[in-house]
Write a protein that binds this ligand. Structure first.
Ligand SMILES: [Zn+2]
Length: 301
């Protein structure tokens, strides 16, 4: 079927082909609980994708300038983030490519030591759909072993690099026995991932480019990529996403990067958001792993 469907153009596909593609990985039951932990109205999941130099290495590592930009994430970004989390006494999740963990093992141990979570984020921030399936499997398995070796803690969740999800990614996550994924888009609130009609027991904590600092604030001198949204507007979008989640009693999940959000002109966005959520008095700040475990438990999965 695959080879035949590859030869056909999409408008020529028989129903089994287009239906099969859609049903490969689906959102199943909604896992938004009636109440969050300790009766909280809203769950706040802050995540930081600790790409550092792997963004440039993934593309060939040709630019020394861009590599140094990655190092900013380690020298300035992560310390600034950890300082905020400590001051506010809140946990967060850090998704770390294995190569980042090998470049900065002390940083990873500091993150774990401060009570935060570290999750999988590929080997060298490779694009899963561009890697042959057998290599993708080996890279994720090696990454899990590497993070465990560096931090002493086995990761229970994965955020695929660039949220790129191949035909075999879910099977690899199941083989790894992961509790959750946080790379897909089918809801605002947690759901159970279904593979070809079969519930997998894996929780999806959905992401969105809207709730990501990178699309608004990234820059590439030699491409058309520019920061096109002022920090005030980024804050306003994030704030409305949070207020919506709070109104609905849902999940507010934010993706950020140590080399993007932490600049002096931007870091207030996060500070202000945390203050706003704390002022509500009934928001549950938790790691992705804690949230996934809670919703799974509440649903009796
Ligand atoms: Zn990343």
């Amino acid at each position: 079927m695959t080879s035949q469907s590859d030869e056909l153009l999409p408008w020529q596909w028989p129903e089994e082909v287009w239906r099969g593609k859609v049903e490969q990985v689906r959102a199943g039951r909604n896992l938004k609980p009636a109440r969050w932990k300790n009766g909280a109205r809203c769950a706040v999941a802050l995540s930081f994708d600790v790409d550092h130099e792997t963004n440039e290495l993934r593309d060939g590592g040709k630019s020394v300038g861009r590599l140094s930009w990655g190092q900013y994430g380690n020298r300035v970004g992560v310390p600034r983030i950890l300082d905020l989390l400590k001051r506010q006494d809140i946990p967060a999740s850090f998704f770390v490519p294995a190569v980042t963990a090998l470049l900065y093992p002390e940083e990873q141990r500091r993150i774990i030591g401060a009570g935060h979570e570290i999750g999988l984020h590929g080997w060298i921030h490779e694009v899963n759909t561009a890697v042959p399936p057998e290599n993708e499997r080996e890279l994720h398995l090696r990454s899990a072993d590497t993070l465990e070796k560096v931090t002493g803690v086995r990761p229970v969740g994965m955020r695929t690099p660039s949220w790129d999800f191949s035909d075999v990614t879910l099977a690899i996550e199941r083989e790894l026995g992961l509790l959750y994924d946080s790379s897909l888009f089918a809801d605002d609130d947690p759901y159970e991932i279904v593979e070809k009609g079969e519930p997998t027991g894996i929780v999806e904590l959905p992401v969105e480019w809207i709730r990501d600092d990178a699309p608004y604030l990234s820059m590439n001198r030699f491409q058309a990529l520019r920061p096109y949204t002022p920090p005030e507007a980024v804050f306003d979008i994030f704030r409305r996403e949070f207020e919506g989640a709070y109104a609905e009693g849902g999940l507010f999940l934010l993706t950020m990067h140590p080399h993007v959000i932490t600049y002096r002109s931007r870091f207030w966005i996060l500070e202000e958001l945390v203050r706003l959520a704390k002022a509500k008095g009934d928001c549950w700040f938790a790691t992705h792993a804690e949230i996934a475990a809670y919703v799974k438990d509440e649903a009796g999965i």
